[in-house]
Design a binder for this molecule. Structure first.
Ligand SMILES: [Zn+2]
Ligand SMILES: [Zn+2]
Length: 427
């Protein structure tokens, strides 16, 4: 990749500024890591973000979609560029053994006390954003336009971006973006970036299916309609939707992640709930999955002689569309990043991931906006080499208790974000 002087110069300057800020950023990161907060409970984190923006002279709007924070820097005529970082953590127990490990527990939305940890790197996302906010404010002479930073709640439950929109963020003074940028940690070695165009992440639905029956004594099933048996049948039949109804060339996943029914050994309960997760890349596949679930449910209801008012119900709780990076925007950013990282470290041929995001919902109804979502390597390179030697591709995964952001990824992420932002502002 050819790097021109106009790209090399700012990238070098940005790298120096991020490195000079690395002690402060590492401290901020460790603090966020020790104080993880679950979806829509990011009170402390959003407070840190808001005061960080204020100290840098950004216009700040707080409390959008409960805990969302926006920082705005107007700097003359030019495009509106939005950069989004997510704030929430996971209900995962940390086992990294790091001195700054999370030992925290929280009460989740169902009132159950759970161990919590930043096992998806959102603590790094917030640190990168605050590092980039400082660099972009200091380099105001190098760009023209409006910069909008968004600290979004509740990405893990796929609800935060929609909550900010439903809270009318664009009517509360948040400028409507022309470009949207986001970055996410992945267990690639520090220094590697995965930024390709086209489909990058799957669409998803979270669906609850409830089977209704007639409860009774475990000794007399003939007087009952057993919802556990019905739901058990459904779990196995659902697996035939992907294998028998969707072409082998298409991609889809249907996972039953939870099965909730009953409390006793000898009581047949009156209902059973299945919690499903779907992944897909187009509406046709999504419809096949959802219709398939409904048909199987109905078939089971008929086989059990249930009256129509006792047929299983299907509740689609959240949906996110596939994430599709813009070709021109990702290409432009990769050219700029080549001044920061060796060309071979900018990966453009990794297949799309089956995991999902709600990032692009910030511009979902804004058809003129384009977006790019960059995966940034955060794993210690030696840990990756060791894993490779043991025959494993990655030393750990997101959402695992041993997930660990190497501290060298902290200033580098701020530099990557700033370099990408400067490049988007460049005409
Ligand atoms: Zn996650
Ligand atoms: Zn995440």
């Amino acid at each position: 990749m050819v790097v021109t002087d106009t790209q090399a110069q700012p990238a070098k300057q940005v790298k120096q500024m991020a490195d000079a800020d690395s002690a402060r950023l590492a401290e901020l990161f460790r603090d966020l890591h020790q104080h993880p907060e679950l979806a829509f409970m990011e009170e402390r984190t959003s407070g840190i973000v808001a005061s960080g923006f204020k100290a840098l002279g950004y216009e700040v709007i707080t409390g959008i979609g409960k805990t969302g924070v926006v920082g705005i820097l107007k700097n003359g005529n030019g495009p509106v560029v939005m950069y989004r970082a997510d704030m929430d953590c996971n209900a995962v127990k940390e086992i990294t053994g790091l001195s700054y490990s999370s030992t925290k527990t929280m009460f989740n939305s169902e009132g159950i006390e759970v161990p919590v940890m930043h096992a998806c790197g959102h603590d790094a996302h917030i640190t990168w954003m605050l590092g980039a906010a400082k660099i972009m404010a200091a380099l105001k002479k190098e760009w023209k336009g409006t910069l909008v930073f968004v600290a979004q709640p509740a990405e893990e439950i796929g609800a935060g971006a929609k909550a900010m929109l439903q809270d009318s963020m664009y009517n509360k003074g948040v400028p409507v973006p022309d470009f949207l940028l986001g970055m996410h940690t992945v267990p690639l070695p520090v220094g590697k970036v995965d930024n390709a165009f086209g489909e990058r992440m799957a669409g998803t639905d979270q669906i609850d299916v409830t089977f209704y029956g007639i409860g009774g004594h475990g000794a007399s099933p003939e007087f009952t309609k057993d919802p556990i048996v019905m739901a058990s049948n459904a779990v196995l039949q659902y697996q035939t939707i992907v294998s028998r109804n969707i072409a082998a060339q298409e991609v889809a996943v249907l996972t039953v992640g939870a099965f909730k029914a009953g409390n006793s050994n000898n009581v047949i309960p009156s209902s059973a709930v299945l919690k499903l997760n779907l992944r897909w890349f187009n509406d046709k596949t999504r419809n096949t999955l959802i219709e398939g679930i409904k048909h199987i449910n109905e078939g089971i209801a008929i086989a059990n002689h249930l009256p129509a008012d006792m047929y299983p119900t299907v509740e689609i709780k959240t949906t996110a569309a596939p994430l599709v990076n813009d070709k021109a925007m990702s290409g432009k950013i990769n050219k700029a990043l080549a001044a920061l990282l060796p060309g071979q470290d900018i990966i453009t041929d990794r297949p799309a991931l089956m995991v999902s995001e709600d990032f692009h919902y910030l511009v979902y109804e804004n058809k003129k906006a384009v977006y790019d979502f960059i995966f940034v390597g955060i794993a210690n390179p030696e840990a990756v080499a060791k894993a490779n030697k043991d025959g494993r591709q990655y030393p750990f995964f997101n959402h695992s208790g041993d997930f660990q952001v190497d501290l060298s990824a902290i200033p580098l992420g701020a530099a990557i974000g700033s370099t990408a932002l400067l490049e988007i502002f460049r005409k």
